[in-house]
Design a protein around this ligand. Structure first.
Ligand code: SF4
Ligand code: SF4
Ligand code: FES
Length: 248
């Protein structure tokens, strides 16, 4: 690490929030550093994302981060806040430390500052073929589901692919080249339980692998860090059970 920049305190502010933000530009040839920014809470929106936007607009336009929806539905603003992965747009400034630390998601190459490289994670997602696989000719209208069939997707469909869970999973840190990680395995579960999908056997064949699935050791970091309140660890256990049940 090299010495970071400490930016000036806001003039006349009575409520100041300090943010220690990871800064790294791989193209610069320089080492990473931690810059410290001071925000006047009375002139800032309520969320951490508001503070980052304020820094970019008013203090330091070189700060780079990813965001889109600003309401917890796109997954773009996932980052490590005070040591835990979460979405900046739904983390209130009232909930963070003073000073707070803001780092990119761990276990991802850094594109710049708070932006992690999702290339590998998305390639793993593509590998499970996350689309409807059906041999039955498509009906002229929707493929219908009963309310009970639709309910089986609860706890899966809400996933926004922010990768907070995968980034926090120790098994993915050590074996991320072959272990699919909690986000992708939760998505695999989503297709396994979809009544309209007709490739359940193939999907289980593809997952029955000592690394892709069985590197999950039920440490449950994933469940603890999911900002949507989902339980990928439980879904992974259900996939393991489906494989076990078809053996017996
Ligand atoms: S339960 Fe499995 S997927 Fe979740 S953090 Fe632990 S090892 Fe990773
Ligand atoms: S399971 Fe939760 S933490 Fe993981 S990618 Fe989906 S929304 Fe994000
Ligand atoms: S900006 Fe979309 S989830 Fe935060």
């Amino acid at each position: 690490m090299e010495a970071g920049v400490t930016w000036p305190e806001p003039e006349g502010a009575t409520r100041v929030q300090h943010l220690q933000v990871y800064r790294y530009d791989p193209d610069s040839g320089r080492n990473p550093r931690i810059d410290t920014y001071a925000i006047d809470r009375d002139k800032c929106g309520p969320m951490l994302l508001d503070a980052l936007i304020k820094i970019k607009n008013e203090i330091d336009p070189t700060l780079t981060f990813r965001r889109s929806c600003r309401e917890g539905v796109c997954g773009s603003c996932a980052m490590n806040i005070d040591g835990s992965n979460w979405l900046a747009c739904i983390r209130s400034l009232d909930e963070i430390n003073e000073p707070a630390t803001v780092y990119p998601l761990n276990n991802m190459d850094v594109v710049k500052d708070l932006v992690g490289d999702q290339t590998h994670a998305l390639a793993q997602y593509t590998s499970i073929k996350p689309w409807l696989r059906s041999k039955t000719p498509a009906p002229t209208r929707e493929r219908l589901q009963s309310p009970e069939e639709r309910k089986r997707l609860d706890g899966d469909y809400e996933c926004i692919l922010c990768f907070c869970c995968t980034s926090g999973c120790p098994s993915h840190w050590w074996n991320g080249d072959r272990f699919l990680g909690p986000a992708v395995l939760l998505q695999a579960h989503r297709w396994l339980v979809d009544s309209r999908d007709e490739a359940t056997g193939e999907r289980l064949d593809e997952l029955e692998d000592p690394f892709k699935l069985y590197r999950c050791h039920t440490i449950l970091n994933c469940t603890r860090t999911c900002p949507k309140g989902l339980n990928p660890g439980k879904k992974i256990a259900e996939v393991k059970l489906m494989i076990q049940q078809r053996r017996s």
